[in-house]
Ligand binder design. Structure first.
Ligand code: SF4
Length: 243
């Protein structure tokens, strides 16, 4: 698959354990899944150019032709990093592990922690670059959001990811079923019992409906019976009108 980077910019991490931290975001096109609530235009061919923020936080962008070279990508990331203190560089998508070789090659060129936002299914690619990654935000994808379940892929992924600063994220929607939720909780308890679990009420998109607030509380209570730390955090960057 041809590599396309959709955009690079400086913003506030809006989800999960590091919510509120300033990060440089590198968003790749392309994903191996097809979630019902996906809000990312993922086809690589749809992005002949990459939108690059001209100055950190300026929200002014110039276009660079895809695929960006390694040197060019490193220069753009480092330029943003130099302007404002950042906690990490976040590789997101799409599924960034489809570009594992590129992330690996960037590692010696970028002096900031590498933060991976992943759907938790590309185990071989993770194994190949686990030494390059500092923080992993892994989604637990529930079958109601997908054409088919990915439990076994999640299990093998967790066995490698748990060596790092790992937290898990489950998106909750009106379609979320209690039995699949509990299966996800059981998987986490078996493979990464100390990892933080974030429950993220879905931002309605593409026909996906919001979950009732009372159900969020009931699911959090059920998960907290089995896991050490279970928190509810929505997508806060949208509330702040950040990217
Ligand atoms: S894993 Fe993420 S990028 Fe891929 S389809 Fe699902 S929501 Fe979209």
């Amino acid at each position: 698959m041809q590599r396309s980077i959709i955009e690079m910019f400086s913003s506030i991490q809006g989800e999960g354990k590091y919510v509120g931290c300033r990060q440089v975001f590198v968003r790749f096109a392309g994903c191996n899944l097809a979630c019902r609530y996906c809000d990312t235009e993922n086809a690589p061919a749809k992005h002949p150019v990459c939108q690059v923020e001209t100055h950190a936080g300026s929200r002014a962008f110039r276009e660079e032709k895809n695929p960006l070279s390694l040197a060019q990508a490193a220069e753009e990331i480092n330029g943003l990093l130099r302007e404002v203190p950042h906690q990490a560089v976040s590789f997101t998508g799409g599924e960034p592990l489809l570009q594992a070789d590129f992330i690996h090659a960037l590692r010696p060129l970028v002096a900031a922690p590498f933060f991976l936002e992943t759907n938790g299914t590309c185990t071989q690619q993770l194994a190949a670059i686990i030494g390059d990654i500092d923080i992993i935000s892994m989604d637990i994808k529930l079958p109601s959001a997908l054409p088919r379940p990915v439990w076994e892929a999640h299990r093998s992924f967790l066995r490698i990811a748990r060596a790092k600063d790992l937290y898990l994220k489950m998106v909750l929607s009106a379609e979320t079923r209690e039995e699949e939720f509990l299966e996800g909780v059981r998987l986490i308890r078996e493979e990464a019992p100390d990892a933080l679990l974030i429950l993220q009420p879905v931002t309605p998109f593409g026909g996906c409906e919001a979950i009732a607030p009372a159900r969020v509380l009931a699911l959090q209570a059920a998960a907290a019976q089995q896991l050490r730390d279970v928190r509810v955090i929505p997508q806060t960057h949208r509330m702040m009108q950040q990217l």
